[in-house]
Design a protein around this ligand. Structure first.
Ligand SMILES: NC(=O)c1ccc[n+]([C@@H]2O[C@H](COP(=O)([O-])OP(=O)(O)OC[C@H]3O[C@@H](n4cnc5c(N)ncnc54)[C@H](OP(=O)(O)O)[C@@H]3O)[C@@H](O)[C@H]2O)c1
Length: 293
């Protein structure tokens, strides 16, 4: 397939581009800068210049493709307003991609997140949470899944809280950045809350499988580690950076604080059985050993 990918220069997207190219697909990648265009070209993809706010570029990319994978998101967690702007931008972009594919039976694979479910491990059958600071992202993805009734083979690949590669990425990556800045490896709450995780190279395989195989309107979990206690994550970060490990109030973690503090283990049992996906890469705690002081 000729696949239009947004976010193809990012941590997950670059793994997805490589996975697609390694399995006989061609890739056109949205590039918002010269550096991203060069990264895509170097990987073997064709860059299409534009941003998520440039809806005409998105229409062109989708119109010329046999399928679309959407991963781009402006990760501005500096304030609640900045995060709301990023969510609104993505929402309009995703709606545009979906509209372009109506009545085509072509696949649209959207990135999403595993939902927290109080008191138990979440599964692919659980609905997304549509409130909270990123609830708008869940509403956008839910609207995309509903396009199944309009002949779009839409699917959602739900990411766990940390998608990692070489010790970087995801919520664990944000904890590492905060630790470097503050001199303390902090964790919210009592640190017993669990975050699920996956290696980016394993997640990339699931994006390809969803593109190729997922029936319209379906959701999948890219979960390798069902739940790593956040204190264990902070301890590896603290040890690698030579910093003390301490509990902190969740306000210290900005607009994502409440999400950081939530226990949210998740499972991919159904995904593994139905799509034949099998994660094989290092776990999060193993991968964090790559952090350099
Ligand atoms: N990593 C995780 O643990 C995790 C967990 C849950 C969900 N996710 C979601 O998975 C997706 C990919 O995550 P990631 O970790 O790969 O993120 P990332 O490394 O920050 O990459 C983000 C990608 O989006 C592009 N992008 C950002 N804003 C854009 C804009 N306004 N217009 C066009 N392109 C834009 C970036 O382009 P540049 O290269 O030009 O910056 C980059 O290619 C995101 O939606 C993220 O929220 C990630």
């Amino acid at each position: 397939m000729r696949v239009f990918v947004t976010g193809g220069s990012g941590l997950i997207g670059s793994a997805v581009v490589a996975e697609l190219l390694g399995n006989g697909h061609t890739v056109v990648g949205l590039a918002r800068s010269d550096a991203s265009a060069l990264a895509l070209e170097t990987a073997g993809a064709e860059p299409l210049r534009g941003t998520l706010a440039d809806l005409d570029s998105l229409r062109v990319g989708a119109a010329q493709a046999d399928g679309v994978i959407h991963l781009a998101f402006a990760h501005d967690f500096s304030s609640a307003d900045a995060l709301a702007r990023a969510v609104a931008e993505e929402s309009a972009a995703l709606a545009t991609l979906g509209e372009e594919l109506i009545d085509s039976d072509r696949p649209l694979v959207a990135v999403s997140g595993t939902p927290p479910v109080a008191g138990r491990i979440s599964t692919e059958a659980d609905p997304l949470l549509t409130d909270g600071p990123v609830g708008g992202r869940a509403r956008s993805v839910t609207a995309v899944l509903a396009l199944a009734s309009r002949r779009v083979r839409s699917s959602a690949v739900r990411m766990p809280r940390t998608v990692h590669n070489e010790g970087e990425g995801g919520f664990a990556g944000l904890l590492t950045e905060m630790a470097r800045r503050s001199g303390v490896s902090g964790y919210p709450g009592d640190g017993t809350q669990r975050w699920p995780a996956v290696h980016a190279l394993d997640a990339a395989v699931l994006f390809r499988l969803a593109l190729e195989l997922a029936p319209a309107g379906t959701s999948w979990h890219a979960v390798a580690d069902e739940g790593d206690p956040v204190r264990d994550i902070a301890e590896v970060i603290g040890r690698r950076l030579g910093l003390p490990v301490e509990a902190m109030p969740h306000e210290a973690f900005g607009p994502l604080g409440p999400i950081f503090a939530t226990d949210q283990p998740s499972s991919s049992t159904y995904t593994q059985a139905a799509l034949g996906w099998k994660p094989t890469r290092p776990s999060l705690l193993q991968d964090l050993e790559n952090i350099q002081p």
